[in-house]
Design a protein. Structure first.
Length: 315
């Protein structure tokens, strides 16, 4: 249990509905069946997609593989270049795609006034670590190099993601800092995975609220295969040097087994001299930002994230 915190009543009601529905857990399915199940629930969890000024699907070849991206441009265009965010979806490196992230990206686009570029990277176990990171870096490279084509001011380009996508964003940001490049103006990390070496005991206090320890183990095994979980490219918290990273917006949930590793990453960033703005939603569960049809606080959180993005990416 998350001692001293009270679960949001809407999150509690949602968990009760899911419990009553029964059926196998994700980690009891094949990856293929889990993807079908995950996609089928999208309209139940997420509110109706908002209209934006334009949506464009983009395909880029990378090492013989087609990278899929979707660019969302906000309403009220005035012909001037806008801030941008390259965003990576969650789903434990196994699930998720452009469609699963579509409602959230639309909301962020309108509320922040930024161009949002959502990226679909290769999924495990078909492709394993570190392919997702490499594809993400290539996607960020492409957007940065073609920023004006996207309507983005390349001096105001951020990177971000949620859960596994947050881990990917953190790794790409670390690569950029290590190479001495300063193309990332800010990073947005929503309940990110930062340490795949964590034991089930370390994650126990908040496990079981939508995400369970067996589920996390299932995702990790599909993603890593035989790779070392302590590799900083898999566990960004394990990086020796976090200096030079961009200002960070960190979103955490009180009833999330990833809470402590998010806090630990924040502390490491602060110790390295990185500016961090943290928003903890004490009553919320993992992935709540994509559940705004069922959890009203998700809408308020998206509005707050958009405000923080505008502030971070101001001219």
């Amino acid at each position: 249990m998350a001692t001293g915190r009270q679960l949001d009543p809407h999150a509690r009601a949602l968990l009760d509905v899911l419990d009553q529905a029964g059926g196998p857990a994700l980690n009891e399915m094949s990856p293929e069946d889990a993807r079908v199940y995950f996609a089928a629930g999208r309209d139940f969890f997420a509110a109706d997609p908002e209209p934006v000024a334009s949506v464009e699907d983009i395909h880029v070849e990378h090492l013989g593989h087609r990278l899929e991206m979707r660019a969302y441009r906000p309403n009220g265009g005035d012909g001037q270049l806008k801030p941008g965010l390259v965003y990576f979806h969650g789903g434990g490196w196994v699930l998720g795609d452009l469609e699963s992230q579509d409602p959230l990206c639309r909301k962020l686009c309108n509320a922040s006034g930024a161009v949002i570029v959502s990226v679909n990277y290769g999924h495990a176990p078909e492709v394993r670590f570190p392919v997702a990171n490499e594809e993400a870096a290539a996607a960020f490279d492409y957007v940065s190099s073609h920023a004006a084509t996207f309507g983005i001011d390349d001096r105001r380009l951020a990177i971000g993601g949620e859960s596994a996508g947050g881990a990917i964003a953190a790794v790409v940001a670390q690569r950029e800092a290590g190479d001495g490049r300063r193309r990332i103006a800010a990073q947005l990390l929503c309940y990110p995975v930062t340490d795949l070496t964590r034991s089930e005991t370390a994650r126990e206090p908040q496990q079981g609220y939508f995400v369970t320890a067996p589920m996390l183990r299932w995702f990790t095994e599909h993603y890593l295969g035989d790779a070392d979980p302590a590799d900083p490219a898999a566990s960004p918290l394990r990086s020796e040097d976090l200096s030079g990273l961009p200002p960070t917006i960190l979103i955490l949930c009180g009833f999330d087994p990833l809470l402590q590793e998010g806090i630990d990453y924040r502390d490491r960033l602060v110790d390295a001299g990185v500016s961090v703005t943290t928003r903890l939603y004490p009553g919320q569960i993992h992935a709540f930002l994509t559940m705004d049809r069922q959890i009203p606080e998700a809408h308020d959180a998206i509005v707050e994230i958009a405000r923080l993005l505008r502030q971070s990416l101001a001219p």
